[in-house]
Write a protein that binds this ligand. Structure first.
Ligand SMILES: C[S@@+](CC[C@H](N)C(=O)[O-])C[C@H]1O[C@@H](n2cnc3c(N)ncnc32)[C@H](O)[C@@H]1O
Length: 378
């Protein structure tokens, strides 16, 4: 295994903080490693960590272990098997089995949809191990098919974005079972790896507050509105493909009194005059970095204020942000000032975050990325 000799400063940070990665400027200027090559990080001959080193990436050393290990079939099998075991008991046949650094496998995402698997390889290190990883999943889970989902984050590692079957046949659409609900998802054309698995627990919690009329904004496949089982449900979603999924998912779950609106939520709220008992606001990440935060907050202010206006007294508003750059702590003060301006008060009923198959590791920055709250207008 090649070695990369770290400066005293980088070595000290590595030992003190045990971070999941080192930045390019923390490594020597000239590196003799191939992109993603497994490398020993050392300082003056002393071993510090085993890492994937990629000279082309800002996150240039991804720490895989703080021991000298061979990243071979046995090692990968152990980590993958442990990650799968940690998900036991999740009531769904659609589960994230491996969540990258948070499961000790930097750059590997593995989602299970019934008998199919969807994998993403987002580091050059994992890309090099793809063939081996596919064989391990075949051995451990005997899937009917494995699909590789492209992710633009690969570009940051100097990797092309690619999609396609890695094993067997993967159908266009499959139906997954989440508790008593069923959802048709599209692994190939759907967003993320096909479904927003990270919202599983929140769908169940928020779904208890459906009432007479639910408004599911940024609805994607319609999970929140379907769980809420309100007397009437309005879904708003900009993607025609997702709107088709909402319609099919409503039918699959026997939800009849529905209005599926393909529109921009901002434009919809401008003209909408109905009243609701539950409104769900689950937009895409408006700000992926702190730099974009102030623009995102303007959008949020509008959304929260308009949603509160449309909410019945005693009604519930579920707010989610899926970016570490804007957390629920940033949104609640906006909600409070809108409530004051509108002469109402808000009670926090539930604090919400990503489901447990997307682990939040305190030593992995940004690994808490989905936060939310359910508030009641009183
Ligand atoms: C975070 S996802 C919602 C996930 C969904 N709540 C679930 O649990 O499955 C955000 C959705 O908003 C949609 N979207 C993005 N911008 C939009 C806009 N301006 N108006 C309406 N929908 C939008 C995207 O197509 C995507 O489906």
């Amino acid at each position: 295994m090649k070695k990369v000799d770290l400066s005293k400063k980088s070595a000290e940070r590595l030992m003190r903080e045990r971070p999941p990665w080192l930045y390019r400027n923390e490594l020597p200027q000239t590196l003799y490693t191939q992109p993603g090559e497994t490398t020993a990080l050392v300082h003056q001959g002393q071993f510090l960590a085993t890492a994937f080193v990629n000279p082309n990436s800002t996150l240039a050393a991804r720490i895989v272990a703080f021991e000298p290990v061979a990243i071979d079939g046995d090692f990968l099998t152990r980590r993958i098997r442990d990650a799968i075991a940690r998900r036991e008991g999740i009531e769904s046949n659609a589960v994230r089995l491996v969540h990258s650094e948070a499961d000790g496998l930097p750059g590997l995402i593995a989602d299970r949809y019934g008998e199919y698997l969807v994998l993403s390889f987002t580091t050059a290190g994992m890309e090099r191990l793809k063939g081996e990883i596919v064989e391990i999943f075949k051995r451990l889970l005997a899937p009917a098919g494995i699909w590789e989902k492209g992710d633009t984050v690969r570009l940051k590692e100097g990797l092309a974005v690619r999609e396609g079957a890695l094993w067997g046949d993967v159908p266009e659409r499959i139906v997954l079972q989440e508790r008593e609900k069923r959802f048709e998802i599209d692994i190939k054309k759907g967003q993320k790896t096909g479904f927003f698995l990270d919202q599983r627990r929140n769908r169940r919690i928020v779904g208890r507050y459906g009432g007479r009329h639910t408004l599911d904004l940024f609805a994607n496949a319609g999970g929140f509105g379907i769980y809420a089982e309100a007397q009437k449900t309005t879904f708003v979603e900009i993607s025609a493909h997702a709107c088709g999924q909402i319609a099919r998912n409503c039918r699959l779950n026997g939800l009849e009194n529905v209005n599926i609106i393909q529109d921009d939520v901002f434009a919809f709220l401008e003209k909408d005059e109905q009243r609701y008992d539950l409104i769900v606001l689950d937009p895409p990440a408006f700000a992926k970095s702190k730099k974009a935060k102030s623009g995102a907050m303007k959008g949020w202010k509008y959304l929260i204020s308009r949603a509160l206006e449309r909410l019945e007294e005693g009604g519930y508003l579920a707010l989610f942000s899926c970016s570490h750059a804007v957390m629920i702590e940033d949104l609640l003060p906006l909600a409070q000032s809108s409530a004051t301006a509108q002469g109402c008060r808000l009670q926090v009923v539930e604090q919400l975050s990503q489901d447990i198959d997307h682990p939040w590791m305190l030593d992995v920055p940004n690994s808490l990325y989905l936060t939310g709250a359910l508030v009641r207008k009183v």
